[in-house]
Design a protein around this ligand. Sequence first.
Ligand SMILES: C[S@@+](CC[C@H](N)C(=O)[O-])C[C@H]1O[C@@H](n2cnc3c(N)ncnc32)[C@H](O)[C@@H]1O
Length: 257
Amino acid sequence: MAEDWSARQYLKFEDERTRPPRDLLAQVPLQSPRRIFDLGCGPGNSTELLIERYPQAEVVGLDSSLDMLRQARERLPDCSFVAGDLATWLPPERADLLFGNAVFQWVPEHPAVLRRLLEALPQGGVLAVQMPDNTGEPALALMRQVGQSGPWAAKVAQAAAARDDLPTTGDYYDLLRPLASHIDIWHTVYNHVMAGPEAIVEWFRGSALRPFLSPLDDDMRRGFLADYTARIAAAYPRRFDGKVLLRFPRLFILAIR
Ligand SMILES: C[S@@+](CC[C@H](N)C(=O)[O-])C[C@H]1O[C@@H](n2cnc3c(N)ncnc32)[C@H](O)[C@@H]1O
């Protein structure tokens, strides 16, 4: 990836961001996996869940961001973390669980990558994946609108095109079911309670806004964020207590080889 991730920014909403991997892990049926990979481990929040649930297993975190890996190593010094790109990575033999929370939406041609990973698992191995399914939500649509409408349009054109809508659940089923003894696909829509519209902007500064902001200089970045914040405030009205609800649909896939 061209622009690096900021672990600090990402962790500002750690509780909310860690809820989906908890929900995904709760569905993993393995009793005592020996070797687990946390793909796109980020700052180690999802890795920590895996270690808590499976203290006997060898857990390896993999990420392409050096900042994220540094943070993850600080947080979990006894765990191993490796740099790698999921576009080309293949699991070594005897991987029992490949866990990918909030990462594959960033990997080009990710359906083919998921198929390749499932294919590489031994019989009974589990591929467990969660991705935001929110490209149609106002927060993402407004990002693209602001991107197209300001003096920054040419600089962020690539970012605006970077996150495609996810394929349909049927597409994932057709792709993965032939390789799976069991498959479970579901959606959960979270409604995160946020302090106000600015908090929604902060949330996405740790994820989907990064590709829009990183090509801009400070002035343009300020202009982009002011425009985006005003539109977010209009789209996410305050509730009776001043808070706003960030609606957040997510897709979960659990496939057993
Ligand atoms: C949204 S964070 C997810 C962190 C953590 N798994 C969690 O559950 O909160 C996405 C992570 O995926 C990593 N990532 C993005 N593209 C990647 C790729 N092609 N290969 C490996 N890691 C990648 C990013 O560096 C980032 O740390």
